[in-house]
Design a protein around this ligand. Sequence first.
Ligand code: FE2
Ligand code: FE2
Length: 225
Amino acid sequence: MEYVDKLLRETEYLNYIEKLERLEAERIFCRHGLGHLLDTARIAWIWVLEEQAFRCGFKKEQAARYVAGGETEGPGEHKAFSCGEVALPEKETVYLAALLHDLGRIQEYEEGIPHQQAGAKLARQLLCRIGYPKEKLELVVEAIEGHRDGGMRLWAAGADRESRAAGADEESRAVDEPGKNAARRAESLRQLLFWADKKSRNCFYCGARPECKWEPEKRNEGIRY
Ligand SMILES: [Fe+2]
Ligand SMILES: [Fe+2]
């Protein structure tokens, strides 16, 4: 992944992570260092791969229920699986969004700025520096800016794929309209980031459970990814 490799060679990026890990060294709740950023990236990408497999199988079984077509996708995207649904994000876009999503925590701790806002700004600077293409850059920045706002409405979460196959989730099957693809792509990446971020937490092994503000039903008591 060309741009991920470029990001990892940016001293400023590595310094942010090092500083964030230092600031959170005594934190008892979830931390946001490299381990968390990578967990989020890999969980999101596993989900995309599962989605590809799901769509592939789904197409074979129930292709007639889908409207083929939708806007032509850009190079490198998963054309074969889009079938008029929300296009799946590129691997590198997913990794960049995840690797950058919580850097703003530093400014949140030091200046009280909400980390999604501070993080979006930092992400833009770093992505510009590594020369990440403008259109894709906006997807990543928007995803980071909204990564605390709720997720998986456009997608059905992995566990709901059976109900999608039964036609229960109309929204997830909504067809991309030409001209609206960019907005839907940005929204779908944002939702995926939100969801993978939450799934990355090992609540079943957390010493801060008694003090944690997460509602019990939202905690990850098992491993799905
Ligand atoms: Fe966050
Ligand atoms: Fe996070």
